[in-house]
Design a protein around this ligand. Structure first.
Ligand SMILES: [Zn+2]
Length: 280
């Protein structure tokens, strides 16, 4: 099977962080890749020197276009919902016509828009997020709900959920938590939250080797430069971009997916090749 692969993401930069290597791999092999980004990212952390509110939304949209181009995305669609922020209740009065932030927009409304894209593209694969919305950001949980629903309604043959293996994350967070007095920026990390985040390794069905594409992934991350600086807090992208190449490749050289039941059965855990089309 061939055909379009549609990736659904919450904020500009999630496409590069979680699935950048897979997008680049698919595009390089001639597959049409469509990227759907739900929010404008206006609640993203950024230094006040960079921007805030609507200016930040415009900057993030330009950064997204640059990242998408570097990954080989054929079409990028921004649904334009207001970013909900980490507490899920951001003020969206500055955005014309926006009643609710993305996380509180009715699931059926967003799913209908996705269904239209999946049908128009005759998508053979759609990728959303795992049931924990990764690290439980309200917008990521909403991506899980709307993509799962849209895949079912559109009858898309393969539905995948992008994720990370939980165990190494919990381990890293507990270490960071123990040394939080050394690095004040780590103060917000709560190991309990991470114990319910992402996906246990045993439930991950597809581990995609994207090592040949880590340089492209790194370039896509670099395109999101407004997210590299922040007045407070630890910036994931900043930390990743500071890593030496070989460490970056080690951390970012595999991307992980859960294949939901409607698709093919599990294809193996840890290092299985990307079998994105299921059995032929
Ligand atoms: Zn996000």
């Amino acid at each position: 099977m061939s055909g379009t692969v549609v990736f659904v993401h919450a904020h500009p930069d999630d496409e590069a962080l979680l699935t950048g290597g897979t997008i680049a791999l698919l595009a390089a092999s001639g597959r049409r890749v469509v990227l759907v980004t739900a929010t404008d990212g206006a609640e993203g952390l950024a230094s006040e020197d960079v921007a805030s509110g609507s200016t930040l939304a415009r900057i993030r949209s330009e950064e997204l276009a640059e990242a998408a181009a570097s990954l080989g995305v054929a079409r990028s669609v921004q649904l334009g919902y207001p970013d909900s922020g980490l507490d899920g209740d951001a003020d969206c009065s500055a955005i014309d016509g926006a009643e609710f932030p993305f996380a509180r927009t009715p699931v059926s409304e967003v799913a209908d828009r996705l269904v239209a894209i999946l049908r128009e593209e005759r998508a053979s694969v759609v990728v959303g997020y795992d049931r924990n919305g990764g690290y439980r950001h309200p917008d990521h949980l909403q991506v899980h709900r709307v993509t799962k629903r849209a895949a079912r309604i559109a009858g898309t043959p393969v539905y995948l959920e992008a994720t990370l293996p939980r165990e190494p994350l919990v381990w890293a967070v507990s270490i960071a938590y123990r040394v939080r007095w050394l690095v004040p920026q780590l103060g917000g990390l709560d190991p309990e939250v991470w114990r319910n985040s992402f996906t246990p390794r045993s439930e991950i069905t597809d581990a995609v080797d994207v090592r040949p594409f880590v340089a492209v992934k790194r370039a896509a991350l670099r395109a999101h430069s407004s997210q590299v600086t922040a007045d407070e807090g630890l910036r994931t992208i900043d930390v990743l971009l500071r890593l030496p190449d070989f460490v970056f490749a080690r951390l970012m050289g595999t991307e992980w997916y859960v294949r939901a039941a409607q698709g093919a059965p599990a294809v193996g855990v840890g290092g299985s090749p990307l079998n994105i089309d299921g059995p032929s």
